[in-house]
Structures are given as structure tokens and as C-alpha cells.
Design a protein around this ligand. Structure first.
Ligand SMILES: Cc1cc2nc3c(=O)[nH]c(=O)nc-3n(C[C@H](O)[C@H](O)[C@H](O)COP(=O)(O)O)c2cc1C
Length: 195
């Protein structure tokens, strides 16, 4: 029997009962039901110092700053098959806390090889991105609001070697919170990947 997938879900929203949290929690429940191994991380519960830009990690393959939660998250990334990132749109981008995490673990995501070329370190893994924003559809796409958040995540994950297999964007959250239909779509996305 093929072994069950290891799913890592990272919640980039500070709101425990916000839209991203609702979408991700229903994805977690679905993955649990399918028998997957699920790790769920709330970014706002972590303590991670920002990158100082020393670039030593590119040589050493580790960060010189004192050990913090970024190391544990990287460990979980190394062990996962599928990574799900839920990110609200902040200024057409990802929230600062999420960016700080990815800045701090760059050494575990990609490196530069002897010829000076970028080399992804997470090849063969799948990624799913979920984003919400208050700008209503279709302006969330046309004006790169939730679409800007997805683009920012793609930039990080493309260089890391992940294959982005699904994205879900929800605009207009000021008028409407996520609906049953939105939850069902996210359930379907994760259900397919857990098979
Ligand atoms: C600091 C901050 C910046 C934001 N920037 C944008 C933005 O650029 N475009 C937009 O459409 N919504 C923006 N929003 C609104 C959020 O994306 C929106 O409320 C989202 O649904 C929050 O997700 P959550 O309920 O999961 O926390 C911003 C919200 C905050 C708090």
C-alpha cells in the first residue's frame, strides 16, 4: 500500500477565526479524514527574528542567528510531501511574518551551485496557495491584490523546486466572508492531493 502523504499547512493570517483560518481548518479536517499526516502551523504563534542579510547561510547551509522557530518549520518542510500556504493579501503581497519566515530559511529552500546557478532544494514536492483579500472580484485579480499574494508565493516556491498544483483566491471579504462553496472547493483541492 502506498504510504500516506505528509501535509504541512502554514496559516499566514494572524486572525484565528478569519477567512484563511476557516479555509485551512477545513482542509486540515479533510486531510485528517483521508488519513494523511498533517502538521498545522500558525505563523503568529511562532517566534522568528528577521534575517540580517549577512549571506553566511549561503556558504554554511545554516543560519548564524540563534536557534528559533524558523528551524522547526524548515524541519517540517523537509519532511512534507505537500505544503499548503494560506495567506491574506497585505499590500498586494504576503504578510510580513510570513516573509520573515521564508527569508530566514532560504538556505534550506535553495542554494547556488559551483557554477553560480540556483539549485532548488525541495524538488518533487507539491504546493497549494490560498489567498483572501478585501478587493472584490475581478479587481482582486486585475489589480494584483490576492493575485499579487499568489505571485509572491510562486516566486519563493518556484526557486525552491515546488510544483504549484492548485491555487484558490477569494476577493471581497469586506462584504462576504468565505462561503460553504469556498470551503467545499478547498476541501476538494486537498482531497485530490491526499489520494
Ligand atoms: C495590513 C493589511 C493590509 C491589507 N492589504 C490589502 C491589500 O493590499 N489588498 C486587499 O484587497 N486587501 C488588503 N487587506 C485586507 C485583507 O487581505 C482581508 O481582510 C483578508 O480577507 C484577511 O484575511 P483573514 O480574514 O484570513 O485574516 C489588508 C489587511 C491588512 C490588515
Amino acid at each position: 500500500m502506498p504510504s500516506k502523504k505528509n501535509i504541512l499547512i502554514i496559516n499566514g493570517s494572524p486572525r484565528p477565526r478569519g477567512n484563511i483560518s476557516r479555509l485551512l481548518e477545513c482542509m486540515k479536517d479533510e486531510a485528517d479524514k483521508a488519513g494523511c499526516r498533517v502538521t498545522y502551523v500558525r505563523i503568529s504563534a511562532l517566534h522568528i527574528k528577521p534575517c540580517t542579510g549577512c549571506m553566511q547561510c549561503r556558504k554554511d547551509g545554516r543560519c548564524r542567528l540563534p536557534h528559533d522557530d524558523s528551524v522547526e518549520v524548515l524541519k517540517a518542510i523537509n519532511e512534507c510531501d505537500v505544503m499548503v500556504i494560506g495567506s491574506p493579501c497585505y499590500w498586494g503581497n504576503i504578510p510580513g511574518e510570513l516573509k520573515i519566515l521564508f527569508d530566514r530559511i532560504v538556505y534550506g529552500l535553495m542554494r547556488t551551485n559551483g557554477k553560480g546557478l540556483p539549485e532548488p532544494l525541495q524538488k518533487g514536492k507539491q504546493a497549494v496557495f490560498i489567498s483572501t483579500c478585501s478587493t472584490p472580484f475581478p479587481f482582486n485579480i486585475l489589480f494584483k491584490q490576492s493575485r499579487g499574494t499568489i505571485r509572491a508565493l510562486k516566486e519563493i516556491f518556484r526557486w525552491s523546486g515546488f510544483r504549484v498544483v492548485a491555487t484558490f483566491e477569494k476577493g471581497g471579504t469586506k462584504q462576504h466572508d468565505v462561503s460553504e462553496k469556498d470551503l467545499a472547493r478547498c476541501r476538494k483541492i486537498i482531497g485530490r492531493l491526499c489520494r
